[in-house]
Design a protein around this ligand. Structure first.
Ligand SMILES: [Zn+2]
Ligand SMILES: [Zn+2]
Length: 360
Protein backbone atom coordinates (compact mmCIF):
# COMPACT_ATOMS: atom_id res chain seq x y z
CA UNK A 1 0.00 0.00 0.00
CA UNK A 2 1.03 3.63 -0.29
CA UNK A 3 1.96 5.66 2.76
CA UNK A 4 3.52 9.01 3.57
CA UNK A 5 6.57 8.00 5.60
CA UNK A 6 8.37 10.46 7.87
CA UNK A 7 12.09 9.77 7.33
CA UNK A 8 13.83 12.78 8.90
CA UNK A 9 13.23 16.44 9.78
CA UNK A 10 11.03 17.94 7.04
CA UNK A 11 11.40 14.75 5.01
CA UNK A 12 8.15 12.91 4.31
CA UNK A 13 8.18 10.54 1.35
CA UNK A 14 5.56 8.58 -0.50
CA UNK A 15 6.56 4.92 -0.14
CA UNK A 16 5.15 1.46 -0.71
CA UNK A 17 4.90 -0.39 2.62
CA UNK A 18 3.17 -3.64 3.66
CA UNK A 19 -0.52 -3.49 4.58
CA UNK A 20 -0.49 -3.87 8.40
CA UNK A 21 -1.30 -7.30 9.86
CA UNK A 22 -4.05 -7.40 12.46
CA UNK A 23 -4.46 -9.74 15.43
CA UNK A 24 -7.23 -10.76 17.83
CA UNK A 25 -9.51 -7.92 18.85
CA UNK A 26 -8.08 -5.57 16.22
CA UNK A 27 -9.41 -4.14 13.01
CA UNK A 28 -8.03 -2.94 9.73
CA UNK A 29 -9.33 0.43 8.62
CA UNK A 30 -9.27 1.57 5.02
CA UNK A 31 -8.61 5.30 5.31
CA UNK A 32 -10.87 7.74 3.55
CA UNK A 33 -9.88 11.08 5.10
CA UNK A 34 -7.24 12.12 7.63
CA UNK A 35 -6.80 15.67 8.88
CA UNK A 36 -3.36 17.26 9.08
CA UNK A 37 -2.96 18.32 12.71
CA UNK A 38 -0.58 20.95 14.08
CA UNK A 39 0.99 18.46 16.49
CA UNK A 40 2.02 16.14 13.63
CA UNK A 41 3.41 19.09 11.70
CA UNK A 42 5.54 20.13 14.67
CA UNK A 43 6.92 16.60 15.06
CA UNK A 44 7.88 16.61 11.37
CA UNK A 45 9.42 20.10 11.51
CA UNK A 46 11.39 19.64 14.73
CA UNK A 47 12.44 15.99 14.55
CA UNK A 48 11.21 15.52 18.13
CA UNK A 49 10.32 11.88 17.38
CA UNK A 50 12.46 9.06 15.93
CA UNK A 51 12.08 8.08 12.26
CA UNK A 52 10.63 6.27 10.40
CA UNK A 53 6.99 6.85 11.31
CA UNK A 54 3.63 7.26 9.61
CA UNK A 55 1.68 10.11 11.20
CA UNK A 56 -1.98 11.12 10.90
CA UNK A 57 -4.49 10.68 13.71
CA UNK A 58 -7.73 12.40 12.65
CA UNK A 59 -8.74 9.35 10.71
CA UNK A 60 -12.06 8.26 9.25
CA UNK A 61 -12.69 5.37 6.90
CA UNK A 62 -14.26 1.97 6.37
CA UNK A 63 -13.58 -1.25 8.27
CA UNK A 64 -11.77 -3.51 5.79
CA UNK A 65 -11.23 -6.55 8.04
CA UNK A 66 -11.73 -7.59 11.65
CA UNK A 67 -9.53 -9.84 13.80
CA UNK A 68 -10.80 -12.86 15.79
CA UNK A 69 -13.11 -11.87 18.63
CA UNK A 70 -14.28 -8.54 17.21
CA UNK A 71 -18.07 -8.52 17.42
CA UNK A 72 -19.07 -4.87 17.53
CA UNK A 73 -17.73 -4.02 14.05
CA UNK A 74 -17.85 -5.71 10.65
CA UNK A 75 -16.25 -5.03 7.27
CA UNK A 76 -18.06 -2.17 5.54
CA UNK A 77 -18.77 -0.19 8.73
CA UNK A 78 -17.88 3.47 8.46
CA UNK A 79 -15.96 4.61 11.52
CA UNK A 80 -13.70 7.26 12.99
CA UNK A 81 -10.95 6.24 15.41
CA UNK A 82 -9.26 7.91 18.35
CA UNK A 83 -5.57 7.02 18.59
CA UNK A 84 -5.21 7.52 22.35
CA UNK A 85 -7.44 6.04 25.06
CA UNK A 86 -6.53 6.19 28.77
CA UNK A 87 -6.66 3.29 31.26
CA UNK A 88 -9.12 5.06 33.63
CA UNK A 89 -7.43 3.40 36.62
CA UNK A 90 -4.05 5.04 37.23
CA UNK A 91 -3.32 8.03 39.47
CA UNK A 92 -3.61 10.50 36.56
CA UNK A 93 -6.86 9.03 35.26
CA UNK A 94 -8.42 9.09 38.74
CA UNK A 95 -7.52 12.78 38.83
CA UNK A 96 -9.02 13.39 35.36
CA UNK A 97 -5.67 14.31 33.82
CA UNK A 98 -6.00 11.62 31.15
CA UNK A 99 -3.36 13.06 28.81
CA UNK A 100 -0.71 12.25 31.45
CA UNK A 101 -1.72 8.53 31.74
CA UNK A 102 0.94 6.06 30.57
CA UNK A 103 -1.65 3.98 28.67
CA UNK A 104 -2.99 7.14 27.06
CA UNK A 105 0.47 7.98 25.77
CA UNK A 106 0.62 4.63 23.97
CA UNK A 107 -0.58 5.11 20.39
CA UNK A 108 -3.18 2.52 19.39
CA UNK A 109 -3.29 3.10 15.62
CA UNK A 110 -0.49 2.34 13.18
CA UNK A 111 0.26 1.88 9.51
CA UNK A 112 3.69 0.43 10.29
CA UNK A 113 6.93 1.36 12.11
CA UNK A 114 6.63 2.96 15.58
CA UNK A 115 2.86 3.47 16.11
CA UNK A 116 2.11 7.13 15.36
CA UNK A 117 -1.46 7.26 14.10
CA UNK A 118 -0.92 5.95 10.59
CA UNK A 119 -3.71 7.95 8.96
CA UNK A 120 -1.49 9.19 6.14
CA UNK A 121 -1.66 5.74 4.53
CA UNK A 122 -4.16 3.55 2.73
CA UNK A 123 -4.75 1.20 5.67
CA UNK A 124 -4.43 1.52 9.45
CA UNK A 125 -4.25 -1.21 12.08
CA UNK A 126 -6.50 -0.31 15.02
CA UNK A 127 -5.39 -2.05 18.22
CA UNK A 128 -7.72 -3.85 20.61
CA UNK A 129 -8.19 -1.19 23.30
CA UNK A 130 -8.99 1.40 20.62
CA UNK A 131 -11.47 -0.97 18.96
CA UNK A 132 -13.15 -1.39 22.34
CA UNK A 133 -13.16 2.20 23.62
CA UNK A 134 -12.04 4.54 20.84
CA UNK A 135 -13.81 3.54 17.62
CA UNK A 136 -16.99 5.38 16.72
CA UNK A 137 -19.52 4.54 14.04
CA UNK A 138 -20.33 7.29 11.51
CA UNK A 139 -24.10 7.64 11.00
CA UNK A 140 -25.50 7.47 7.50
CA UNK A 141 -25.52 10.83 5.77
CA UNK A 142 -22.50 12.13 7.71
CA UNK A 143 -19.40 12.46 5.54
CA UNK A 144 -15.96 11.11 6.34
CA UNK A 145 -14.79 14.73 6.27
CA UNK A 146 -17.22 15.84 8.96
CA UNK A 147 -16.41 12.73 11.04
CA UNK A 148 -12.64 13.24 11.03
CA UNK A 149 -13.15 16.30 13.27
CA UNK A 150 -14.19 14.25 16.32
CA UNK A 151 -10.72 14.27 17.88
CA UNK A 152 -9.97 17.96 17.26
CA UNK A 153 -13.42 18.91 18.58
CA UNK A 154 -12.77 16.83 21.69
CA UNK A 155 -9.48 18.65 22.35
CA UNK A 156 -11.29 21.99 21.96
CA UNK A 157 -14.07 20.94 24.33
CA UNK A 158 -11.43 20.01 26.87
CA UNK A 159 -9.86 23.45 26.50
CA UNK A 160 -13.22 25.16 27.03
CA UNK A 161 -13.87 23.00 30.09
CA UNK A 162 -10.46 23.94 31.50
CA UNK A 163 -11.45 27.62 31.26
CA UNK A 164 -14.61 27.03 33.36
CA UNK A 165 -16.57 29.55 31.32
CA UNK A 166 -19.74 30.97 32.77
CA UNK A 167 -22.65 32.04 30.60
CA UNK A 168 -22.46 35.74 29.83
CA UNK A 169 -18.70 35.99 30.13
CA UNK A 170 -16.70 37.68 27.40
CA UNK A 171 -14.10 35.50 25.69
CA UNK A 172 -11.42 36.60 23.27
CA UNK A 173 -10.11 33.90 20.93
CA UNK A 174 -6.80 34.90 19.33
CA UNK A 175 -6.27 33.03 16.06
CA UNK A 176 -9.02 31.89 13.71
CA UNK A 177 -7.49 28.88 12.06
CA UNK A 178 -9.73 25.80 12.12
CA UNK A 179 -9.00 25.12 15.81
CA UNK A 180 -9.52 28.75 16.83
CA UNK A 181 -12.89 28.76 15.07
CA UNK A 182 -13.99 25.50 16.73
CA UNK A 183 -12.95 26.89 20.14
CA UNK A 184 -14.93 30.07 19.41
CA UNK A 185 -18.07 28.19 18.41
CA UNK A 186 -17.83 26.00 21.52
CA UNK A 187 -17.34 29.04 23.77
CA UNK A 188 -20.45 30.62 22.26
CA UNK A 189 -22.31 27.32 22.71
CA UNK A 190 -21.42 27.59 26.42
CA UNK A 191 -23.19 30.97 26.57
CA UNK A 192 -20.14 33.22 26.32
CA UNK A 193 -20.00 36.41 24.30
CA UNK A 194 -17.15 35.72 21.85
CA UNK A 195 -14.72 38.12 20.21
CA UNK A 196 -12.31 36.67 17.66
CA UNK A 197 -9.11 38.05 16.20
CA UNK A 198 -6.76 37.11 13.39
CA UNK A 199 -4.22 38.77 11.12
CA UNK A 200 -5.94 37.33 8.04
CA UNK A 201 -9.26 38.94 7.05
CA UNK A 202 -10.03 35.79 4.98
CA UNK A 203 -10.23 33.78 8.18
CA UNK A 204 -12.43 36.32 9.92
CA UNK A 205 -14.79 36.04 6.97
CA UNK A 206 -15.13 32.29 7.53
CA UNK A 207 -15.59 32.92 11.27
CA UNK A 208 -18.38 35.37 10.48
CA UNK A 209 -20.07 32.89 8.16
CA UNK A 210 -20.19 30.49 11.13
CA UNK A 211 -21.96 33.07 13.27
CA UNK A 212 -18.92 34.66 14.95
CA UNK A 213 -19.82 38.25 14.18
CA UNK A 214 -17.63 40.13 16.63
CA UNK A 215 -14.21 40.05 14.97
CA UNK A 216 -11.03 42.09 15.26
CA UNK A 217 -8.70 42.43 12.29
CA UNK A 218 -5.37 42.27 14.11
CA UNK A 219 -3.52 43.47 11.02
CA UNK A 220 -5.26 46.84 11.44
CA UNK A 221 -6.44 47.20 15.02
CA UNK A 222 -4.84 46.74 18.41
CA UNK A 223 -6.65 43.75 19.91
CA UNK A 224 -6.04 44.72 23.54
CA UNK A 225 -7.49 48.21 22.99
CA UNK A 226 -10.53 46.86 21.18
CA UNK A 227 -11.25 44.34 23.95
CA UNK A 228 -10.91 46.98 26.67
CA UNK A 229 -13.18 49.34 24.76
CA UNK A 230 -15.83 46.61 24.62
CA UNK A 231 -15.59 45.69 28.32
CA UNK A 232 -15.72 49.03 30.13
CA UNK A 233 -11.92 49.00 30.24
CA UNK A 234 -11.67 45.69 32.13
CA UNK A 235 -10.51 43.22 29.50
CA UNK A 236 -11.98 39.84 28.61
CA UNK A 237 -13.06 37.38 31.32
CA UNK A 238 -11.13 34.72 29.43
CA UNK A 239 -8.66 34.70 26.57
CA UNK A 240 -7.83 31.70 24.42
CA UNK A 241 -4.54 31.70 22.54
CA UNK A 242 -5.02 29.45 19.51
CA UNK A 243 -1.81 30.46 17.77
CA UNK A 244 1.57 28.83 18.43
CA UNK A 245 3.49 32.08 18.59
CA UNK A 246 4.83 32.72 22.10
CA UNK A 247 5.12 36.44 21.40
CA UNK A 248 1.33 36.64 21.68
CA UNK A 249 1.23 35.36 25.26
CA UNK A 250 1.89 38.88 26.52
CA UNK A 251 -1.00 40.36 24.51
CA UNK A 252 -3.24 37.53 25.67
CA UNK A 253 -2.40 38.32 29.31
CA UNK A 254 -2.99 42.04 28.72
CA UNK A 255 -6.33 41.40 27.04
CA UNK A 256 -7.60 39.48 30.10
CA UNK A 257 -9.28 41.41 32.91
CA UNK A 258 -7.89 41.35 36.45
CA UNK A 259 -8.89 37.95 37.85
CA UNK A 260 -9.41 36.62 34.31
CA UNK A 261 -8.04 33.44 32.74
CA UNK A 262 -5.75 32.84 29.80
CA UNK A 263 -5.69 29.46 28.08
CA UNK A 264 -2.64 28.38 26.07
CA UNK A 265 -3.89 25.96 23.46
CA UNK A 266 -1.16 25.90 20.82
CA UNK A 267 2.05 26.18 22.86
CA UNK A 268 3.20 22.60 22.27
CA UNK A 269 6.90 23.36 22.01
CA UNK A 270 9.05 23.54 25.13
CA UNK A 271 11.01 26.74 25.66
CA UNK A 272 11.07 29.87 27.79
CA UNK A 273 9.00 33.02 27.72
CA UNK A 274 9.00 36.25 29.70
CA UNK A 275 5.85 36.72 31.76
CA UNK A 276 4.98 39.57 34.11
CA UNK A 277 4.69 37.74 37.46
CA UNK A 278 2.62 40.57 38.92
CA UNK A 279 -0.03 39.99 36.28
CA UNK A 280 -0.51 36.60 37.92
CA UNK A 281 0.06 37.58 41.58
CA UNK A 282 -1.27 41.14 41.88
CA UNK A 283 -3.77 41.13 39.01
CA UNK A 284 -4.75 37.53 39.84
CA UNK A 285 -4.80 36.45 36.22
CA UNK A 286 -4.64 32.69 35.81
CA UNK A 287 -2.53 31.14 33.07
CA UNK A 288 -3.77 27.66 32.23
CA UNK A 289 -3.21 25.12 29.49
CA UNK A 290 -4.96 22.20 27.84
CA UNK A 291 -3.56 19.49 25.61
CA UNK A 292 -5.03 16.57 23.72
CA UNK A 293 -8.42 14.93 24.23
CA UNK A 294 -10.51 13.86 27.24
CA UNK A 295 -12.22 10.49 27.31
CA UNK A 296 -14.92 12.05 29.52
CA UNK A 297 -15.86 14.30 26.58
CA UNK A 298 -15.88 11.55 23.98
CA UNK A 299 -19.68 11.18 23.81
CA UNK A 300 -20.22 14.92 23.78
CA UNK A 301 -17.69 15.45 20.98
CA UNK A 302 -19.15 12.60 18.92
CA UNK A 303 -22.66 14.04 19.28
CA UNK A 304 -21.53 17.56 18.40
CA UNK A 305 -19.91 16.30 15.20
CA UNK A 306 -22.42 13.64 14.15
CA UNK A 307 -25.45 15.84 14.89
CA UNK A 308 -23.84 18.51 12.72
CA UNK A 309 -24.06 21.17 15.42
CA UNK A 310 -21.36 22.80 13.33
CA UNK A 311 -20.65 22.34 9.64
CA UNK A 312 -17.05 21.33 10.18
CA UNK A 313 -16.44 20.37 6.54
CA UNK A 314 -16.59 24.06 5.80
CA UNK A 315 -13.30 24.49 7.64
CA UNK A 316 -11.55 22.32 5.04
CA UNK A 317 -9.81 24.46 2.44
CA UNK A 318 -7.63 21.86 0.75
CA UNK A 319 -8.04 18.15 -0.02
CA UNK A 320 -4.97 16.28 -1.23
CA UNK A 321 -4.76 12.73 -2.58
CA UNK A 322 -2.39 10.48 -0.61
CA UNK A 323 0.13 10.77 -3.46
CA UNK A 324 0.47 14.48 -2.69
CA UNK A 325 0.92 14.10 1.07
CA UNK A 326 4.25 15.89 1.09
CA UNK A 327 2.69 18.97 -0.54
CA UNK A 328 -0.27 18.76 1.85
CA UNK A 329 1.98 18.74 4.91
CA UNK A 330 4.13 21.50 3.47
CA UNK A 331 1.10 23.76 2.99
CA UNK A 332 -0.29 22.85 6.43
CA UNK A 333 3.05 23.76 8.02
CA UNK A 334 3.10 27.13 6.24
CA UNK A 335 -0.49 28.39 6.43
CA UNK A 336 -1.56 30.91 3.81
CA UNK A 337 -4.37 33.45 4.16
CA UNK A 338 -6.56 31.12 2.11
CA UNK A 339 -5.61 27.85 3.82
CA UNK A 340 -7.64 26.44 6.69
CA UNK A 341 -7.99 22.76 7.52
CA UNK A 342 -5.99 20.55 5.20
CA UNK A 343 -6.89 16.91 4.78
CA UNK A 344 -5.18 14.00 3.08
CA UNK A 345 -7.72 11.87 1.33
CA UNK A 346 -6.75 8.36 0.18
CA UNK A 347 -10.50 7.90 -0.44
CA UNK A 348 -10.81 10.70 -2.99
CA UNK A 349 -11.25 8.15 -5.76
CA UNK A 350 -13.91 6.11 -3.93
CA UNK A 351 -17.42 5.84 -5.22
CA UNK A 352 -19.86 8.51 -4.13
CA UNK A 353 -22.08 5.91 -2.40
CA UNK A 354 -19.33 4.99 0.02
CA UNK A 355 -18.66 8.66 0.65
CA UNK A 356 -22.21 9.28 1.77
CA UNK A 357 -22.45 6.16 3.82
CA UNK A 358 -24.88 4.11 1.78
CA UNK A 359 -24.09 0.42 1.71
CA UNK A 360 -22.83 -0.74 -1.66
ZN1 LIG B 1 -4.88 16.35 16.29
ZN1 LIG C 1 -4.50 5.98 33.27
Amino acid sequence: MLAAVYRAVNDVRLETVPVPQIGAGELLLRVHTCGACGTDLKKIATGSHSAPRIFGHETSGVVAAVGPGVRQFAPGDRVVVFHHIPCRQCYYCLHQTFAQCATYKKVGCTAGFEPSGGGFAEYVRVMDWIVEYGTVRIPQGISFEQACFVEPVNTCMKGIETLRLRAGETVLVIGQGPIGIILSVLARRGGASVITSDLYPERLKIAKSLGLQNTVDASKDDVVNVIRAQTEGRGADAVILAVGSNSLIRSAMEAARPGGRVLLFAQTQRGEVVIDPAAICVDEKALVGSYSASVDLQDDSVQFVMNREMELERLISHRFPLQESAQALELAAHPQPSSMKIVIQPGNTWKRETWEGNKQ
